[in-house]
Structures are given as C-alpha cells and as structure tokens.
Design a protein around this ligand. Structure first.
Ligand code: IPM
Ligand code: MG
Length: 356
C-alpha cells in the first residue's frame, strides 16, 4: 500500500518521539512492502513562532489531504503567557474539530513487564488492568464559549459546556460497538446529580443501552469513577465519557498502568482518516535530552496502521516488538526499575526496530 502521513512533530519532546515512530514505520514499510511518505506539518508552539498562529489554515489542509496524521505533543512554558485562543493547545483543539475527530480511544492496559511500576498495590494490579477510555473529543466545555469580563470591578470568567443529543449518541455508539469487540461491558461516566449535560448524556446512553442488550451497561458518577479506577480497575472494560472528564480520567488510567509514556491514542470521525498521538504532553523538562519514552508514540503509529489502514498484521508485529524489548529489560527513565537497563529515547526506537 501507499500512504501519505501528515507528521506533526510539535514541541518539547515531540520531535524526539516522532523520529522514533517514523523509524519504526519505515521498518514496517520495508518488511511488508508498503510505501509511507511524510508531509511535515507545523502545529502548536512551533507554528506560533513560525507563522504567528497555532494551526494555520494551510497546515489543517495538509492534514485533510493526508491518509492519516501522526502527532508528537504540543505546548510548553514558552507559550504559557499567551491568551487562550492563541496557545499551542488551541491548535490541537482546532485540528481535532477541523478533522471532525469526535471519538478518542485511550487504552489503559497493564504491560506485565511494567507491573512493578504501577503505583497501585500488587494485590490490585494482580486482578488485571485492561480497559479503554472512549472520550468524546469535539464537544463540551473545551468547545463552548469562553469569556472573561469585568463585572462590578472584578474579573468573572465563564466557560460554557454544551452537548447535543446527536453528539452524545454518536460517541455512545462507538462505545457500545467497541465493547462488542471486547468484554461486552460499558460504563458511562457523568455528573448527572449536578449537570444538565450529564442528565441528557445519561438519557441518550440509556436509549442506546436498550439497543445493545448483549452489552452490560452501568452509569457511574465521575467522582466515584476516579475513586474506582484506583480501587479496582479490573471492573472496567469500556468507559465512555464527555470531553473533560475523559481528559482527566485517561491520565489517571494511564498512570496506574505504570507510565503515561506508554499509552497511545486514536482519534477518529466518520472516515478512516485519523489523528494518532500519545496521551502524554510535551514534557518540556526533559525535552532535547534524548530521555523520553517513545513507546506511546510508536504504539500510536501502530494504531494508525490498524485503524486507518487496516494493517492488522503490521500492528501486531509492532506490539510484539515492544513486548520483546520490554522482556529484554530495556527501559527509558520514566519506567526504569531494578534489574533493567536504562536506554535513551533513540536507543529504545532502535531496539524496537531490531526486534521487528
Ligand atoms: C490531551 C491533552 C489535550 C486535551 C490538551 C493539550 C489540549 O491534555 O490530549 O489529553 O486536553 O485534550
Ligand atoms: Mg490530557
């Protein structure tokens, strides 16, 4: 197959981790007879510095013209002082919206080799951690109206959190369909004891649950979910939730698996063109030091092969290579443990290529 991949290296550790993912993609292309071409896209802080805005229209167009998009990370202290609408993160939100990517899948799966790195007690970890957060990605408070005004001499800030039935239904369907390919269980997370958006969310989910009688369904309040994730993560299979709750819970979910550096994500809309990125940020504190864990990005590239290009075998080969390298005791600093060998970001990429 021939595929054109838009590549957003981004800020902080972004360029380092993306370079390793491209190494792995090239190795897969050579082994399976594919041709991947890369189109470089500026987004985030780097685009602000070069073009004066976080996602210039021409850059979004490049992404829309590609078969899929691979992203490292955006943001950093250099741009923290900018107003909200001009920040690097705004580029990412605009990209998700511009590509219509409403469905964000974030697997939280324990790598057995990293069990010791989980901050949870061994007795909890032993019950297994294998669930997926299905996060609504283009609605809710991140996309509602934002304003800061002066009222009676003091500043008042407002962020609006809108959700329509259609937005809830389409992400709900993704969750139920995903559960059918897994352990047939959906937990829908909301704050229906307080929020109107959550009450609407719950009523739409109940309507859908009736359409999927083969899938076990439960509602859970978001505060309780935050607690249950650390108390007994083995109870979850598919967790579906709105944008901000999903942002928060997916960080929590990743941490209990040992390292946020290991977790990939896919963002998809109606077609097969997606955006694939690790769930972690740009880690400015270790940027440029060849220390970052590239595995989350490498697995994101693997997800692209599977979900956007239908390359199941290639996906499995990358996953197996990651297992082999972890089995051999190679670790980047974030997941380093006694008895293992610490490697750099690029050494980790090379080791995964060698294992392929
Ligand atoms: C994520 C990030 C982003 C989000 C930020 C960078 C806008 O935290 O992908 O989880 O909140 O969606
Ligand atoms: Mg986040």
């Amino acid at each position: 197959m021939e595929k054109k991949i838009a590549v957003i290296r981004g800020d902080g550790i972004g360029p380092e981790i993306v370079a390793e993912a491209i190494k792995v993609l090239d190795a897969v292309a050579a082994r399976y007879g594919h041709t991947f071409t890369y189109d470089e896209v500026d987004m985030g802080g780097v685009a602000i510095d070069k073009w004066g805005e976080p996602l210039p229209a021409a850059m979004l167009d490049k992404c829309l013209a590609a078969d899929s998009v691979l992203l490292g990370a955006v943001g950093g202290p250099k741009w923290d002082g900018l107003p909200g609408a001009q920040r690097p993160e705004k580029g990412l939100l605009a990209l998700r919206a511009g590509m219509g990517l409403y469905s964000n899948l974030r697997p939280a799966k324990l790598w057995p080799q990293l069990a010791d790195a989980s901050p949870l007690k061994p007795s909890i970890v032993a019950k297994g951690i294998d669930f997926i957060v299905v996060r609504e990605l283009t609605g809710g408070v991140y996309f509602g109206q934002h304003k800061t005004e002066t009222v009676d001499g003091q500043q008042v800030a407002t962020d609006v959190m809108p959700y329509s039935e259609a937005e809830i239904e389409r992400i709900g369907r993704i969750a139920f369909e995903t559960a059918r390919k897994r352990r047939h269980k959906v937990t829908s997370v909301d704050k229906a004891n307080v929020l109107d958006t959550s009450r609407l969310w719950r009523s739409v989910m109940h309507r859908l649950a009736a359409e999927y009688p083969d899938v076990e369904y439960a509602d859970m309040l978001v505060d309780n979910t935050a607690m249950q994730i650390v108390k007994d993560p083995s109870q979850f299979d598919v967790v579906v939730t709105e944008n901000m709750f999903g942002d928060i819970l997916s960080d929590e979910a990743s941490m209990i698996t040992g390292s946020i550096g290991m977790i990939p994500s896919s963002s998809l809309g109606e077609g097969t063109r997606g955006l694939y990125e690790p769930i972690h940020g740009s880690a400015p504190d270790i940027a440029g030091q060849n220390k970052a864990n590239p595995i989350g990005t490498i697995l994101s590239a693997a997800m692209m092969l599977k979900y956007s290009f239908g390359m199941e075998e290639e996906y499995a080969a990358i996953e197996a290579a990651v297992h082999a390298v972890l089995d051999a005791g190679k670790r980047t600093g974030d997941s380093m443990a006694a008895g293992c060998t610490q490697v750099t970001c690029s050494e980790m990429g090379d080791a995964i290529v060698a294992a392929l």
